[in-house]
Design a protein around this ligand. Structure first.
Ligand code: ADP
Length: 629
């Protein structure tokens, strides 16, 4: 077959641009990516060979070789893993199959530090072009009899053709992939053996495939020892592993540039047995809220890699946890499809969840600043678990944190809240909305603040979802301060605002406002929760909380629509004036205009749209004009 010339798809071209321009500071990374790919290729063949032992019969030992040829300025990475056929070379090295690529590229345009994002995405094979101006990939798929040569200068496209005999000497007649990098000036250090050795050591110590720094032929002659220890890091005792080794392994599985925020390494023994090595990233993955994001936990069965996207292995709300679970109990010869329904998987999930939640709890006590960072990054995702996994709710509540009237920009736990509850207080008060500053200044919390009652600020959209499922924490009901008639007078003494007002003095005003605003308001009543503001809106006793209603509607989870209740502060000078006016002259135009203005003000404070902004502006201008005399 003759040589085909093909173009990269648009995403690859943009990625290559970024690689060439943005990643120049961290050249070593290309070798980590190539070693990762080589080890993955061995893992995949190891798995396939369980069903089809023929595939590895001739050469059951998995190996990676990395060596240079100074004369031709070439560095070659060879593995005897699964290999690629013609179509796989075209697809894998000509397009980017990862979901969310387009979104990432979009985000990257506005990102000051694209390295941060691309690091999480993993440039993979394309990182080669940081050090090479031409790359030739020769590959033969295990079980096939044809070897293919893919070649590209990393600009617009690539060529692919059948490899001639002798071209990839080390692969001839054998499965695997040889990646020959033609090293450009910027990468010259990788033609120095010592430099390459150091880099390989850093990136391969945890990899359980032997890596040699010489040709396969030399190794066959018995020359050279493996550079790495080639044992699975998660099987080694904790006290033999350094922090650096953990970090390198983390980077290997995540392709990340960040350090893990938390590392959990343990062995579960008893009814089910497995080893787990899990990491919490410092940075939130760019696609954490992308619905296409899959579970990325790697499942091994007795050291054989099985899958890195098995649904059900972890909960979706722990989708940011990275790492390895190696089961001793699962059968090896089981299809990936049926694995998902294996009861051992759900037992592993439950056990891993318990362990990781208790580690989060421990982190919150041992290292509060780290936990603060962690919660800021992943809290909203974790809270999905409150409605998704009732069996872990108690443990989840232990780690959930919220902003509160009692802690300035610090998170508080529900345990803290309960310990501060006032005598006679039965409920946990909260207010929900997107903007913390707006919530802090909400009129609805005035009365709570003046009485020293703590109110939690629920600022994540997810809060309005779990609150539909969860009624209480340790028997204390979650109660929205923007819903229903709350009588605060029982809790503590009445405020001065209430004392100097005779409620019946407002009867006429209430009557007038009810008629005037009947299209928008269900009721008008005297507020017990206001101290400084003249009015506020709240949801009726039987209705859905106002913010929750808005959130649910946006997510098409709620059709209904309820009118709010307008509460008036009878201690406020303006309300007192209006009450007098209403008594004297019920149909007074100024009183009516003021009523309409007050309703719109209440809406603005709550971040609700005005039904007629122009009318509001006109009314306001007319009042100001008269006010200025
Ligand atoms: P990633 O490894 O993140 O998927 P890469 O760009 O590094 O992205 O590689 C793309 C794909 O090419 C891999 O998913 C794999 O299918 C294939 N590939 C890369 N290197 C090898 C290799 N040495 N052997 C077999 N397949 C490989």
């Amino acid at each position: 077959m003759s040589t085909e010339t093909l173009n990269f798809n648009a995403d690859v071209s943009r990625l290559l641009d970024i690689v060439a321009n943005a990643l120049y500071t961290n050249h070593d990374v290309f070798l980590r990516e190539l070693i990762s790919n080589a080890a993955d290729a061995c893992d995949r063949l190891r798995y396939d060979a369980i069903q089809n032992p023929e595939l590895t019969k001739d050469n059951p030992d998995f190996r990676v070789h990395i060596y240079k040829d100074a004369d031709t300025r070439t560095l070659t990475v060879i593995d005897n893993g699964i290999g690629m056929d013609h179509d796989e070379l075209v697809d894998n090295l000509g397009t980017i199959a990862k979901s969310g690529t387009a979104t990432l590229m979009e985000q990257m345009k506005d990102e000051k530090d694209p390295l941060k994002l691309i690091g999480q995405f993993g440039v993979g094979f394309y990182a080669s072009y940081m050090v090479a101006d031409k790359v030739t990939v020769t590959s033969r798929k295990a079980g096939d009899n044809k070897t293919w040569a893919w070649e590209s200068d990393g600009r617009s496209g690539f060529t692919i053709r059948e490899a001639t005999k002798g071209e990839a000497k080390s692969l001839d007649g054998e499965r695997g992939t040889a990646i020959a990098l033609h090293i450009k000036d910027e990468g010259s250090e990788f033609l120095i053996d010592e430099k390459t050795k150091q880099t390989i050591e850093t990136y391969s110590d945890h990899i359980d495939v032997k890596i040699f720094q010489n040709t396969p032929e030399d190794t066959a002659k018995g020359e050279g020892k493996p550079v790495n220890s080639a044992s699975a890091i998660w099987m080694r005792p904790k006290n033999e592993i350094t922090k650096e080794q953990y970090t390198e392994f983390y980077k290997h599985i995540t392709h990340g540039f960040d350090e893990p925020l938390m590392t959990s390494h343990w062995r579960a023994e008893g009814k089910i047995e497995f080893n787990a090595l899990l990491f919490i990233p410092t940075l939130r993955p760019w696609d954490l809220y992308d619905p296409g994001r899959k579970n990325t936990m790697r499942l091994y069965v007795r050291r054989v890699f099985i899958s890195d996207d098995l649904e059900g292995l972890t909960y979706p709300w722990l989708r940011f946890v990275r790492g390895v679970i190696d089961s001793e109990d699962l059968p090896l010869n089981i299809s990936r499809e049926s694995l998902q329904f294996n009861p051992i998987i759900s037992r592993i999930r439950s056990s891993v969840t318990k362990h990781i939640l208790s580690d989060f709890d421990k982190l919150s006590r041992d290292d509060p600043p780290a936990f603060f960072t962690f919660w800021g990054q992943f809290g909203p995702a974790i809270k999905e678990g409150l409605y998704d996994a009732a069996e872990h709710r108690e443990a989840l509540f232990k780690i959930c944190r919220f902003f509160s009237t009692h802690a300035d920009d610090k998170f508080v736990s529900l345990e803290d809240y309960v310990s501060r509850m006032k005598e006679g207080q039965k409920d946990i008060y909260y207010i929900s909305g997107e903007n913390l500053d707006m919530l802090k200044n909400s009129p609805q919390i005035e009365g709570f603040k003046s009485r020293g009652l703590e109110v939690l600020f629920f600022t994540d959209t997810i809060d309005d979802f779990w609150l539909q499922q969860v009624q209480d924490y340790q028997g204390k009901t979650f109660k929205s301060v923007t819903k229903g008639d709350i009588d605060l007078t029982e809790d503590t003494t009445t405020t001065s605002a209430e004392k100097d007002t005779n409620d019946s003095s407002c009867n006429k005003l209430i009557e007038e406002l009810k008629t005037l605003l009947s299209d928008d308001i269900e009721d008008v009543r005297i507020s017990k929760r206001l101290t400084d503001s003249p009015v506020c809106l709240i949801a009726p006793d039987s209705g859905v909380d106002m913010h929750m209603e808005r959130v649910l509607k946006v997510h098409q989870k709620y059709q209904g629509s309820s009118k709010p209740v307008l509460e008036i502060n009878t201690g406020h000078a303006l309300i007192k004036k209006l009450a007098k006016l209403a008594e004297k002259e019920p149909a007074n135009d100024d009183m009516k205009e003021a009523g309409l203005l007050l309703l719109d003000q209440a809406r603005i404070i709550q971040g609700q749209p005005l039904s007629n902004p122009a009318a509001f502006a006109q009314r306001m201008a007319s009042f100001m004009e008269r006010g200025l005399g």
